[in-house]
Ligand binder design. Structure first.
Ligand code: FE2
Ligand code: FE2
Length: 287
């Protein structure tokens, strides 16, 4: 009953969402076998990262405090509700597949850690982080869960709704990142450094599966899929005005990473500042 209740509540919002974009990476029909214990292990690993990510995703609600417009405040309120629904959705998927979640990987914990410095949270979490979440949900899970399994069609139905909402979150993150960079162009270099750093730690997630890739229909795609995600993030970074058209040499990259780390270090002591009580009259059209 609880499972259906959540699905119905997310589907109420369904008609307002834009259609799901085509997958960016093609797994060429490769699927997991949900009857095999070793495949179940891998799917459990992927879903466990998703579950943790959704739990931390709920903290986008904290961005309400720093939201600089009514539009932003409305968005974070809606997003927090959606992330909370996603958390329940993944719990339902675990139950449907009769799996138990495991603790999240350290890279996922690092990438999804909350940041009180609003511009960093927007760029790292909403634009880049949720972009990669969408790659995993839309490209990996939707293609590699086997349709022949009677549990999968319902799971995919739920996942498609999650993906369409994540698409909106990424679009917002990108729009907000562009706005922030117009206001604070000096953040471009540290943002670029942090993007390089994120791309450097991402491959650590798949290390555990490296030995098992040979001969496995899905895992053989692991390296090319990772490369696809990397390329896509760099392209996204270019569109946001963070990544230079031509990738700079090592020394310049290291310098950008150092400024990124310095910004990240400072952000750990940042306190977000409240906005709404300062802007509400203008935002409501009284000024
Ligand atoms: Fe989510
Ligand atoms: Fe999201």
């Amino acid at each position: 009953m609880r499972a259906m209740g959540t699905l119905e509540s997310v589907m109420r919002d369904d008609h307002r969402l834009p259609p799901l974009a085509e997958p960016g990476y093609d797994f060429q029909g490769a699927t997991f076998d949900l009857e095999k214990p070793e495949d179940r292990d891998i799917v459990r690993f992927i879903l466990s990262q998703a579950l943790y990510g959704e739990a931390t995703g709920v903290y986008c609600g904290k961005s309400l405090y720093a939201a600089g417009s009514l539009e932003a405040a409305r968005f974070y309120l809606r997003q927090a509700k959606q992330e909370l629904n996603h958390l329940s959705t993944f719990a339902e998927i675990f139950r449907l597949l009769e799996m138990t979640p495991e603790p999240a990987h350290w890279v996922v914990k690092l990438l999804s850690s909350h940041n009180n410095y609003y511009p960093l949270k927007v760029m790292m979490e909403h634009a880049l982080g949720e972009g990669m979440v969408l790659d995993i949900f839309k490209d990996l899970l939707l293609q590699t869960l086997p349709d022949a399994d009677p549990r999968v069609p319902l799971i995919k139905k739920k996942l498609r709704i999650v993906c369409r909402e994540e698409q909106e979150h990424v679009a917002w993150g990108e729009k907000e990142t562009k706005r922030i960079l117009e206001e604070m162009p000096h953040l471009r270099t540290p943002f670029y450094g942090l993007l390089e750093l994120q791309m450097a730690v991402v491959p650590f997630i798949t290390r555990a599966f490296k030995q098992r890739t040979q001969g496995h229909p899905v895992l053989e795609h692991l390296e090319p899929f990772l490369e696809f995600v990397r390329q896509r993030v760099f392209e996204q970074g270019k569109l946001l005005g963070i990544v230079p058209e031509r990738r700079p040499g090592l020394a310049k990259r290291q310098l950008a990473i150092a400024t990124g780390l310095a910004l990240y270090g400072r952000s750990q002591f940042a306190r977000s500042t409240s906005k709404l009580e300062k802007i509400y009259l203008k935002e409501l059209g009284f000024q």
